[in-house]
Design a protein around this ligand. Sequence first.
Ligand code: NVA
Length: 310
Amino acid sequence: MTRHFLRDDDLTAEEQALVLQRALELKAAPYSRTPLAGPRVVSVVFDKPTLRTQVSFAGAITGLGGYPMVVDGNLAQIGTRESIADVARILGPQSAAIVWRTHGQERIEEMAAYAGVPVVNALTDEFHPCQILADLLTVLEHKGSLAGLTFAYVGDGANNMAHSYLLGCALAGLHVRLGTPTSHQPDRAILARAKEIAAQQGGSVVVTSDPAEAVAGADVVVTDTWVSMGMEDQKGDRQGAASPFVPFAVTESLMAQAAGDAIFLHCLPAYRGHEVEAAVIDGPQSVVWEEAENRLHAQKALLSFLLEDA
Ligand code: NVA
């Protein structure tokens, strides 16, 4: 059966650990695996803006011996000019895998149903699972292990990053704390699934509307933009002085309530003065540039896993 990576829990805890271990190996020996030698094409399709994802998938695919065929979704108009199923039947036979950044999760599920090759979620409205692999890799490098650490995400609790942190960090056995306004709670089914995974893996999941409670003593503090792609028309409400997110901004004083050796992560792009103060993201606890580079290594390991092991 063809394996896909459409959401974080498409990997088991054991498989996630294997991918992270392989990412460390590939980071140390970048050309040690070439499952795409030929080179075989991987289609990388973007229906939304990108920078890190495009460059890191291009590097990952090239590093594995393949060729990244980047497709502009605005030109392809998937789902309007032709159906998702038809696009899947075009791309699938010509690609070793399909990587897609798109809108609703149901779109990537339909692609996976018809592609016949692994489909990888490069961000949807609901999830961003590749980013979580890179983040876990970064935490692993800094802390030496994952299970048992406290991971605090503060900000928009209803967005793709929040959902993927819930699932992906629960799989890794972390204690996940989500600090978000009561108006922006995570999807109930995803939260319930994260709690179920956490119970199996020895971690925990707490959602709170108190930012100080979320970050108290945390080993990792994370945030994300308050204005995700596609929400630009809500920018005033989400970034303005009356935004419900204002108390959740990662200021120096909020960061000081985490563990003394806590690290700060942000998937980027970052909006200094909104979700994070410049003094934090540009300060000594920030590891965001390593985190961005780790997209490359984590995605390389993921593709290697899907093509060689799954
Ligand atoms: N929540 C953000 C993540 C960007 C990587 C967005 O969807 O725009």
